[in-house]
Design a protein around this ligand. Structure first.
Ligand code: PBG
Length: 332
């Protein structure tokens, strides 16, 4: 028996040659859409490779500034700074986070002084600054992070970043009510023009493993599940988090991680009308680098494909450790 094929429509017609394929590419990936993460540490002339993230380094302020300057010349438009704090400076309440002379504030000031043509974003959290590695001050029984006390301190941290020159503040600690409190605090301090990018939808993900090595921020006891989102929860929780933050004044919202949460990116995109950022996190980066190093995948194609997928799901901007690699892979 001969099968009757219905071939009135042949999608392959539009794939037959490079010109046709090129004309029809609507998912774009451009350098200005990639936010460059940078780990800033103490010292001068320091470049310290991160073991679990081949190709990523902790950098002192001077080196970070040079690194960012080169990427700005290439067309990258923004960066997000993470502080790497010397262990002996850390304490229970994360005091170095409020020090106006810490590495993050110094990077913002030097960037401004050097007229670095990039939007400066600050990751606002205490996990890099506390001795226990949790994202804020602990409750008396130390079982979780005390929400409201932590928010009070986040306001002070945000003001210090704004003073130093941050254009965008990105709270990543998942404390309830953070966005409204930060907006009020920043406005009162005269920083109406500083934007808020909320890590609104942040899962308690195992994909953050390598970052905790890079930022030296692994919790010394327990985990972050009493404040970050449960990976097995329904997507409606993500919509609740994102809409709450938009109501409280978030200028942009983030979904994190990205690759395993494309459905969440797409759902949040439909519900909110502010720009959407996705974070391709450390584990996503390291898995690709590791497989590529073993010769198991084509590194360059997988990098591009992983980022295209995140853009296609609906992210306007993507934080990605592949920024330096993309400097070579993408046209100017
Ligand atoms: C918290 C923060 C984390 C990441 C970014 N901001 C760590 C965490 O929640 O444990 C992880 C990013 C990554 O894995 O690349 N300040």
């Amino acid at each position: 028996m001969k099968t009757e094929l219905n071939l009135a429509v042949r999608p392959r017609r539009l794939r037959l040659n490079p010109a046709m394929r090129n004309m029809l590419q609507s998912v774009t990936l451009e350098k200005r859409q990639i936010i460059v993460p940078v780990f800033v540490c103490e010292g001068e002339g320091v470049r310290r490779p991160v073991g679990s993230m081949p190709g990523v380094e902790q950098m002192s302020v001077d080196v970070a500034l040079e690194f960012l300057g080169e990427l700005a010349d290439q067309g990258f438009a923004s960066y997000i700074a993470f502080g790497v704090i010397d262990r002996e400076k850390k304490d229970e309440t994360g005091s170095p986070a409020l020090d106006e002379d810490n590495v993050v504030c110094r990077l913002f000031r030097s960037g401004r002084k050097a007229r670095l043509p990039m939007v400066a974003i600050s990751d606002l959290c205490f996990c890099e600054y506390t001795s226990h590695g949790h994202c804020g001050v602990l409750t008396d029984d130390k079982s979780t992070v005390a929400n409201d006390q932590t928010v009070e301190r986040l306001i002070r941290q945000a003001i210090s970043h704004a003073k130093a020159g941050a254009d965008v503040i990105a709270p990543s600690g998942m404390m309830d009510g953070t966005i409204g409190a930060l907006r009020a605090g920043l406005d009162e301090a005269g920083f109406q023009d500083v934007s808020l990018l909320s890590y609104a939808v942040k899962y308690a993900s195992a994909f953050y493993g390598p970052f905790r090595d890079a930022a030296d921020s692994a919790p010394s006891h327990g985990d972050r599940r009493s404040y970050q989102m449960d990976t097995a929860r329904d997507v409606r929780e993500a919509i609740l988090e994102a809409t709450l933050d938009v109501e409280q004044g978030a200028d942009m919202v983030m979904v994190k991680p990205a690759g395993a949460y494309l459905d969440v990116i797409a759902a949040v995109r439909r519900e909110v009308y502010v720009p959407l950022v996705a974070y391709q996190v450390s584990g996503e980066y390291s898995m690709i680098e590791a497989a590529a190093r073993n010769g198991w995948i084509d590194r360059e194609r997988v990098i591009l494909e992983s980022l295209q997928a995140i853009r296609r799901a609906g992210a306007d901007l993507i934080i990605s450790y592949f920024a330096p690699a993309l400097a070579k892979l993408l046209p100017r």
